[in-house]
Design a protein around this ligand. Structure first.
Ligand code: ZN
Length: 245
């Protein structure tokens, strides 16, 4: 069996300063997600965080990453442009990228999509119903027609993104808004999945359906090829007419 190497990146700040978040994720969101992914036989998940040298995303780490998961919120601006460029290059070469919740505003997603990625939001512990509108897609394997999260932060349209290749989930919120909660794009050879749920003060990453979606998404986003970008001058394959100027 081929093992997919996943790296869960987290800015790891809320967990250190907010007791509620610390209670839900005592070791950090990244560890909770990595532990859940590691329950799958075919996934080996590591972690990296903002305050490590190079934000934990050294060349060696990226060489050993098939799929990178990204959670960030309060410290997007602290992520170095150099690391963002490096991650972007890896995605274009084939590495998968799964962008979680408030990382809609991460430098890496904004640079790969080229739009503002802004949205409406409200924190009122309301119910969210996620409609699975692509039941044949690998990311929704084992997910029913919909699933619910009893308490979430609301994200509402319009979400300023380029048209996704596929919209996988549409969320409805108790307060009336809707949102494209699961979207895929391809950039270069890399697959990108944005998945909305994951506010730090609710136990979202302990939810069975969320874990199932993330596990499926890692499998879906694994590289089909990893191919460095080149721009070669080449000789013709056939002999060209000698009359050519
Ligand atoms: Zn949030």
């Amino acid at each position: 069996m081929d093992i997919i190497k996943a790296t869960v990146w987290n800015e790891f700040r809320h967990e250190k300063i907010n007791n509620r978040v610390k209670e839900i994720y005592p070791d950090g969101i990244h560890i909770a997600i990595a532990n859940s992914l590691n329950a799958a036989d075919d996934i080996q998940a590591n972690t990296a965080t903002l305050d490590e040298p190079q934000h934990g995303l050294t060349d060696d780490m990226l060489d050993n990453t098939d799929v990178l998961l990204w959670w960030g919120h309060m410290a997007h601006h602290e992520v170095s442009d150099e690391i963002v460029e490096k991650v972007k290059k890896r995605v274009l070469e084939g590495m998968g990228l799964i962008v979680l919740h408030s990382a809609h505003f991460s430098k890496i997603l904004k640079t790969l999509l080229g739009t503002n990625c802004s949205l409406k939001w409200r924190e009122a512990a309301e119910k969210e119903r996620l409609w699975n509108i692509e039941p044949a897609h690998p990311i929704t394997k084992g997910i029913g027609e919909f699933f619910e999260l009893p308490q979430t932060e609301m994200y509402g349209e319009r979400f300023d993104i380029p048209n996704p290749d596929k919209v996988i989930f549409i969320s409805w919120f108790q307060g009336g808004e809707v949102f494209r909660s699961g979207c895929t794009w391809q950039r270069g050879h890399g697959k990108i999945f944005y998945f909305r749920p994951g506010h730090e003060t609710y136990p979202i990453f302990h939810d069975e359906n969320i874990i199932k979606v993330l596990t499926n998404a890692v499998r879906w986003a694994k590289p089909q090829i990893k191919k460095p970008d080149r721009c070669d001058k080449v000789e013709p394959l056939e002999k060209l007419s000698e009359n050519r100027e």
